[in-house]
Design a protein around this ligand. Structure first.
Ligand code: CUA
Length: 166
């Protein structure tokens, strides 16, 4: 049977389209998916109290104007409940859960994530000017969910020096 050139062209084009579709779907499921999942840092929720960082969670200076904050979410509080960091600094939160799925949101900032037992959620924010921000759980986690909240205090540099010396 003789196939016209035109038909060959269309056959070829539809093959290209099919391959392109499969490629897109594969990329969406595997390629992009990998980026959406956090950096994959894991932790055992059963032994958090023995963890070098999560055993005594809080603020740690890691560079000039750079801080790391470890936070543990539990029914129904955050540990520490009040986080004090200096103004105009870069703060990276590492948040995990000691029990069930919680949420972690610093109201009015881009810090907003789910907190899953066994996984460490990492978010970096620039603190900017001094102020007080609500830290809230926005995933239903049980009877006390609505009361699960804390505070992030962004304080002037001088004040922060005072806090850390205590
Ligand atoms: Cu913790 Cu809702």
């Amino acid at each position: 049977m003789h196939i016209h050139n035109y038909e060959k062209l269309w056959l070829g084009l539809s093959l290209v389209l099919i391959v392109a579709f499969i490629g897109t779907i594969t990329y969406g499921a595997v390629g992009a998916g990998v980026d959406m999942v956090d950096n994959g840092e894991t932790v055992n929720p059963e032994t958090l109290t023995d963890h070098p960082d999560f055993g005594d969670p809080g603020v740690e200076k890691v560079g000039p104007n750079e801080y790391e904050v470890h936070v543990v979410a539990r029914q129904f509080f955050f540990q520490p409940g009040t986080i004090t960091v200096p103004e105009d600094s870069t703060v990276t939160f590492h948040v995990t859960s000691g029990d069930v799925i919680h949420g972690f949101e610093v109201a009015g900032t881009n810090a907003n994530t789910m907190v899953i037992p066994g996984e460490v959620a990492t978010i970096t924010v620039d603190t900017g000017k001094p102020g007080t921000y609500g830290m809230v759980c926005h995933e239903y986690c049980g009877a006390g969910h609505h009361d699960m909240a804390g505070t992030v205090e962004v304080v002037p540099e001088e004040e922060f020096e005072g806090v850390s010396e205590e």
